[in-house]
Structure formats: C-alpha cells, structure tokens
Design a protein around this ligand. Sequence first.
Ligand code: PHE
Ligand code: FE
Length: 289
Amino acid sequence: MADFLHVYDTPPEGANADWTIPQNWEKFGENDHQMWDRLFARQSEMLPGRAADAFLRGLDVLKLSKPGIPDYRELNARLNNATGWEVVAVPGLVPDDVFFDHLANRRFPAGNFIRTPEQLDYLQEPDVFHDVFGHVPMLADPIFADYMVAYGKGGLRSLGFGALDHLARLYWYTVEFGLIEQSDGLRIYGAGIVSSYAESIFALDDPSPNRIGFDLLRVMRTEYRIDDFQQNYFVIPGLDELLQVTVETDFAPLYAKLENLPDIAIADILPTDRVMTRGTHNHAQRAGR
Ligand code: PHE
Ligand code: FE
C-alpha cells in the first residue's frame, strides 16, 4: 500500500539490479493459494456495483478468478495483450527511482509474498494480493495503463525538483484511494480500497470521510494517513479526464507554486472544493485522531 516507503538502498541478495526476482510460482504452498482464494472470494463477491467498470472488466479480461495466486507467465500473456504491461516480482518495497523506472517501462512491481491469516484485514507492506488483485485489473484498461506510464515518467522528473512528496499524494489519492463518478453512480477504483473488504464499504457508504471533486493542485497539497481509512476521497469524473489533466499539465510550475503553498490538513474543506460529501469524521474521532 505505501509504495513510497522503503527500507533498503541496494537490492537484497539474489535480486537483479532492477530489484526484480523470479516469481518462482512453484514455491507457493497450499496455504498461500488458499489465502488468495479466500481474499479473492470475499472481494469479488462484494465488488459488483462498487468497483469501477474498468476494474471489473480487468478482472474478467485477466481471468483473475482462476483459483490460486496467479502465475505471472499466464497473467502477463493476457495483460501484455491488453495494454503492453507486465507484472514483475520484487522482494518488497523498492526505492522510488526504481519504482518509477518500472512504471515508465510498463512493469508493475509486485511483492512476492502473501499475508498470513493474522494479517487478513491489514498489513503494512503490499503483498501479492494487494499488488495483483488491487492494481493489475486497472492496468488492463488502456487509459489507466497510459496514466501509470505517464506517472512513472513524471515520478522520475519530480525527483529533479525535490517534489516527490507532492507527487506521491497524487498517486495516493488516485491509484491507491481514488473514486470515480460513473453515469450509474460513485465507484471505487483505487487499489488500496478494492483490495480491502472494510474500506470498500467505508469509502462509498460511510458518512465519516469527505468526498471531494478531484483537483490536481488541491490533491498535491493534501496530507494523508497510511494507518487507517482515509478521511478524504477525491472523485474523478472519468479516467480520460484524469489522464488528460495530468499529461497536459506541465508540473514544473505547479511544483514551484507548491513550495509556497501550505499543506492542507487532513480533513479540511476549502471554499473552492466541489464537495460531494462533507464528512462527519466520526470514524477518525472514535479512533482518537
Ligand atoms: N505532466 C507531468 C509533468 O509534467 C507528468 C505526469 C503525468 C505526472 C501523469 C503524473 C501523472 O511532470
Ligand atoms: Fe499499492
């Protein structure tokens, strides 16, 4: 989930220079596959009517309903055919520049382990269920696939401006926790939501969080939390609009502007916001935040 936290600076023993490792699918045991199936069944049952059409189409095109942790040889044949993307295995979180370089080249790095039963509902580091079930279906959508490539290139560029923290918020509030307005209602598409049972319900139905129309500069100013449900969700009008505004905007002047703009506190609403839900923030208050 927190794709921007990392611990090591050089690839661990046995990893390639780009931090990839062989998936080594055969090494997953019966328990690992059962954990995938359990998580898959729980999510796929509740997602129709909640997840974005693009996400549900991706599940279908990639045949992710096949039991067990997906074998990347098979999954990548389908994904590559759809959008030219592939999934590569990594031991855990990778450095930012390595991560961006993979995205810019249509490779999505996925953690090569699966959570334990004790971690069913929450774990700090992204596992194969979060990374593959959460992220990969959207990568089968041609528009979103292009957005992620552009994001990778933009990420590499942001490093030269010292603007990674601002750009990371864009990833957080779209790729991880984005909502989309479809003609038939609000839907979830962010991987952090669709891979979480509780947040898939919370993000759409709970009165606690704000739901605010997407605005690029606003998003890049907004703080976020990594250890609980979000207090804000930003709603895009469509994937085309997201791709268009991010690709056609030169971020360099935005980064310059952001240096002189204060961050927006986590639950604040601005007079300029297009507010869809003004949150009660009851959840956060109960949690003592
Ligand atoms: N247009 C952005 C830039 O000038 C790059 C970017 C594209 C960033 C898409 C994020 C998403 O840096
Ligand atoms: Fe993620």
